[in-house]
Ligand binder design. Structure first.
Ligand code: COA
Length: 168
C-alpha cells in the first residue's frame, strides 16, 4: 500500500459512484442483504443521509474514493462501525486494515466515542483479520445469521488500542 487511507464526510458528488457499488451482487447478497437499490431509492437514501447528518464517510486511497464507512446506532460513547471497499480491484492491498484504524480514530476524535463494535460474517476471513490486526476482540454467540452464516461481534475500547488516548 503506497498511499494514505483517509476519511471524509460523503458529498453529493459521491452519490452516483456509490450507486455503481451498491448494485453489485457482493453488496446486495452479502453485505446489505436487502433489495437492489434503484436510482430513485438510492437518491432518497442519500437525501436522508445529508438531511440527518448521519456519520457516512468516503474512504479515500490517495485521493481516490474507493469505499465507504460509517458509525451508526450511536448511544452515549459507543457506536457500531461498518465499511466496505466498493472498488473490488482495491481489495487485498491493506486498505481495509488501514480504513478500520482510521475509522476508530475518527470515532474517538471527531465523534467523541470511547468504544465501537462491528458485526462480521464468520466466513469473511479478510475482514476478521483486519479487525483483529486493529485490536478488536471477537465474541461468538447469538448475533444472528445471514443465509446460514453466523455473525461474529467484534469490540474495541479505543483507550486500549495502540495509539489510543489511554495508551499515550
Ligand atoms: C473486507 C474488506 C473490508 C477487507 O479489506 P481489504 O483491504 O481487502 O483487506 P486487507 O488487504 O487489509 O487484508 C486484511 C488481512 O486479511 C487477509 N485477507 C484479505 N482478504 C482475504 C481473503 N479473501 N481470504 C483470506 N485472507 C484475506 C490479508 O492477507 C490481511 O492479512 P495479513 O495482513 O495477515 O496478510 C474488503 O475486502 C471489502 O470491503 N470487502 C467487501 C465488503 C465487506 O466484506 N465489507 C466488510 C463487512 S464487515
Amino acid at each position: 500500500m503506497d498511499e494514505p487511507v483517509t476519511l471524509r464526510r460523503v458529498e453529493p458528488s459521491d452519490v452516483d459512484r456509490i450507486f455503481e457499488w451498491v448494485v453489485q451482487p457482493w453488496y446486495v447478497n452479502e453485505f446489505a442483504g436487502n433489495a437492489v437499490p434503484t436510482p430513485e431509492t438510492h437518491k432518497a437514501y442519500f437525501d436522508a443521509v445529508f438531511e440527518s447528518g448521519a456519520c457516512f464517510l468516503a474512504v479515500l486511497y490517495g485521493g481516490a474514493h474507493v469505499g465507504c464507512a460509517g458509525v451508526k446506532y450511536i448511544e452515549g460513547t459507543h457506536g457500531e462501525g461498518w465499511w466496505y471497499i466498493g472498488d473490488d480491484s482495491m481489495r487485498g492491498k491493506g486498505i481495509g486494515t488501514a480504513l478500520i484504524a482510521a475509522l476508530a480514530e475518527y470515532a474517538e476524535e471527531e465523534l467523541g466515542l470511547k468504544s465501537m463494535h462491528a458485526y462480521v460474517l464468520e466466513t469473511n476471513v479478510g475482514c476478521r483479520r483486519a479487525l483483529e490486526k486493529n485490536g478488536f476482540s471477537p465474541t461468538f454467540g447469538d448475533f444472528g445469521e445471514h443465509k446460514g452464516v453466523a455473525n461474529v461481534r467484534y469490540d474495541l475500547v479505543f483507550a486500549s488500542r495502540a495509539g489510543g488516548a489511554g495508551s499515550r
